[in-house]
Design a protein around this ligand. Sequence first.
Ligand code: SF4
Length: 393
Amino acid sequence: MQNSNSGKKVCIRTFGCQMNVRDSEALLGLFLEKGYKSADNPKDADVILLNTCAVRAHAEHRVRSILGSYKKLSAFSRQSSASKKNKAESRKLRADSCKIIGLIGCMAANSGKEIFERMPHVNLIVSPAKLHKIPAYIEKIKKENIRIIDLEDKEREEDFYNASYRVKPGYAQVVISTGCSNYCSYCVVPSVRGELRLRKPKDIIAEVKRNVSLGIKKITLLGQNVNDYRDKQGVNFVDLLKMVEELDGVEEIDFLTPHPKNTTKELFKLMAKSKKIRKYLHLPYQSGSDKILRLMHRGYTKKEYLALVDDYKTIVGGTIGTDIIVGFPTETEEDFLHTKDILEKVRFMGAYIFKYSPRPGTHAQKLKDDVPQRVKEKRHAELLELQKKISNA
Ligand code: SF4
């Protein structure tokens, strides 16, 4: 029997972190199993979904403008303008075509209500916790010609991770936890993805085994802060890594992202001993100034960060990468020089360097954004240039 969705196409555009990349992959897998095909070009798709990060203001502005540009593709907006002229044409459009345009993920949680009101052609808005509901919502929109907004923050259903589709052959990302309860003062994740929620070790291991049965040998374990993993039975992140490492068929393991405040020597010792865990650590330091680190609620000092890097280099001897924010409120030239000093001392393999922008709902938003834009740009360019030299050395 032919699937009623055969011939339908979905285009999912992803902006942001690896967690979003994995969420889009899992969601696309659900659509493919329902008979949809994947479309690269939104114009070819019946369903267009933007899975968007809310961490940077820049990404959010870009997505607002893309959403605006989709108005001309939307059957909903064509219906409303057609209905003024010709009711029969409007009915025909409704029956023939339903271009569904959705905003999903962190930006939906952050600005979904406002976008739902301001952009009537956007007919689906769903928070990160409810992504598993999207295929069912699409069917409902098609049948009932309605708009749906679901911003509930709730435990994600395990079924979301069941589809076998993988973007890169031989490689799989496995989510170990969602949300975050660290509340770094600049970060919107706890408010858009909710408090930390752990997947059960048995579900994580079952997903890794499913990947192995598909011939996948490389696994990345994903969490906003993987070191926060500790279930009610006391299984922590290092235990989880050991469990994945013991599985036959897994050949390479990676993880993203550890937080410096609770990265342990126990983790380094396992990395050093393991033949499967990649000897690479992505360890965001964000700032080298103790004053700024305090304002960011990061829970470590410059000295502690550098000592941790020393431990890593001594015990594991692998490579290291990082994230940095310049221009956080009150950042002086002296604060910036401390940040630059860490970059010079550690000699990272790579660094993601960002200019601070205040995000709604964060603690830092209450601070005056007092570093002038031109100063942020100068510091940003200076660090980029320095990192380029280090990476090319
Ligand atoms: S650890 Fe901090 S920066 Fe990372 S997701 Fe949690 S709150 Fe955001």
